[in-house]
Design a protein around this ligand. Sequence first.
Ligand SMILES: [Ca+2]
Ligand SMILES: [Ca+2]
Length: 91
Amino acid sequence: MPYEEAEVFEMDVDGDGKPDTVGVMKNAEGHTEYHIDTTGDGKANMKAVDFDNDGAIDKVSIDTTGDQNFDTVVEDTTGDGVLDSKKSVEG
Ligand SMILES: [Ca+2]
Ligand SMILES: [Ca+2]
């Protein structure tokens, strides 16, 4: 793992009443990454990255099918802190 420091939190991210696991860490490029596991299998099915460390998420990758490949990417392409682009990616 290239991650030097990670903090892990339990919180209900998806609102289903069950606690989800959220890991917060700096990646190798020094960006803040949030890894979210809502299925409880120990694998993140959502990853959010704050590229400029301003506290606003710039890119979110989501595994919507549960195959542990991120298949949907939502991005802030304009830098205004609003996620404005959604696209599907090949696993
Ligand atoms: Ca939950
Ligand atoms: Ca940001």
